[in-house]
Design a protein around this ligand. Structure first.
Ligand code: GDP
Ligand code: MG
Length: 372
């Protein structure tokens, strides 16, 4: 153990301190009995007595979840970060229209001209503050990501068409938000339409514990028209307000970790993935383990195709440099070096294969349902 001195060691080896000091002297190490010894010296000396001192507990490299479960951040370095928002709601209630509007109108100066690519997430800006929107999660993707342990969403925006009211997928979305523990902001959409009845939506949603502030509740409702861009700025303001309440923070100084938003194989560039950085700062060149694969960040781009050198917490980036295509919801962690990233990735792949093999022999209800 590090910090062990000659006296400790002599007790451990059942030898005189004088004998140890003499042996060390013969090895060319001059010391006294209170001086602490380094790991290598202890190992050499122990080996001389026929003892394997390599009893240092091997940390499980493959267990990357520990980086998320334990708060491995420095309190002093915590800094505010952008909220990560998922838009959900019933089909045709206007999710895509809202996302498209936000994407078009929030091109910041200096970034204009870049061709917006669909990378599964992007950032909008209001008064100099950023909001990260995830635009893949359809409900199925959301569930799958959560099943893989990724909990990336801070706030759910529930889109409900004012001319259609609460529908089955509206309720499904509410349940997703509840199980993920995120606050819900209701965007009552299509208020420009004839027959729009926002009050009815508000009344219906009370049955699901979404009670508007004007009725004595605490849920924020914003009446919008995604098509006409009406009250969208107000919606962004409300998201930032909710973010303030949540006091979202991250430590940008630690090695980066986060989750995969989406991934695919590109003919020319190989595996291309969009990841969301959740802690730390991700750099080009960082060795990473991602799900059951690994690699080194070769390129990093934002949704406008701009090359980035680093990405801070709550930033979504498209990366290349992985060996294989990970899955949405997989976690990633930057490792100390390429060797550990590789070891961790290979070990995780091996364990995943074993799990599949083991599961193959026993058909459980779960595996049955998952293949259905
Ligand atoms: P999604 O299935 O939730 O993604 O819904 P879409 O965004 O595809 O919208 C479905 C339809 O509703 C499209 O024809 C949109 O143009 C229309 N739509 C969306 N938002 C509005 C709105 O605010 N007002 C009106 N009048 N139509 C809208
Ligand atoms: Mg859509």
């Amino acid at each position: 153990k590090v910090g062990m001195n000659v006296q400790d060691l002599s007790k451990l080896l059942h030898r005189d301190t004088a004998e140890i000091i003499k042996k060390l002297f013969l090895l060319g190490i001059v010391t006294n009995q209170n001086q602490s010894l380094d790991e290598d010296t202890i190992e050499i000396l122990a080996a001389d007595y026929g003892i394997d001192a390599k009893q240092k507990e091997e940390e499980d490299l493959a267990d990357i979840d520990r980086f998320f479960d334990e708060a491995q951040v420095n309190e002093e370095n915590l800094a505010p970060r952008a909220p990560v928002v998922t838009i959900m709601g019933h089909v045709d209630h206007g999710k895509t229209t809202l996302l498209d509007y936000l994407r078009k109108t929030n091109v910041t100066e200096g970034e204009a001209g870049g061709i917006t690519q669909h990378i599964g997430a992007y950032q909008a800006r209001l008064d100099g503050r950023l909001i990260t929107f995830l635009d893949t999660p359809g409900h199925a993707a959301f569930t799958e990501m959560r099943a893989r342990g990724a909990n990336v969403t801070d706030i759910t925006v529930l889109v409900v068409a004012a001319d259609d009211g609460v529908q089955p997928q509206t309720i499904e979305a509410i349940n997703h938000a509840k199980s993920a523990g995120t606050p819900v902001i209701v965007a009552v959409n299509k208020i420009d339409k004839e027959g729009a009845n926002p009050e009815q939506v508000m009344n219906q949603l009370m049955a699901y514990d979404l009670v508007p502030e004007e009725y004595g509740g605490s849920t924020i409702f914003v009446k919008i028209s995604a098509k006409k861009g009406e009250n969208i700025e107000q919606l962004l303001e409300m998201i930032l307000l909710e973010a303030d309440v949540l006091e979202l923070q991250a430590d940008p100084t630690v090695p980066a970790r986060g989750s995969v938003i989406e991934a695919r194989l590109d003919k020319g560039r190989g595996p291309v993935s969009t990841v969301l950085v959740q802690q730390g700062t991700l750099h080009v060149g960082d060795p990473v383990v991602v799900g059951n694969t690994y690699g080194r960040i070769r390129t990093m781009q934002n949704e406008k195709g701009v090359d980035l050198k680093e990405a801070k917490p709550a930033t979504p980036v498209q990366i290349t440099g992985l060996n294989e295509v990970p899955s949405a919801g997989d976690r990633f962690v930057v490792m100390a070096d390429e060797k550990s990233a590789r070891a961790a990735g290979e070990e995780r792949a091996k364990r995943a294969r074993e799990e599949v093999r083991n599961a193959g022999s026993v058909v459980t209800l779960d595996t049955l349902f998952n293949t259905m």
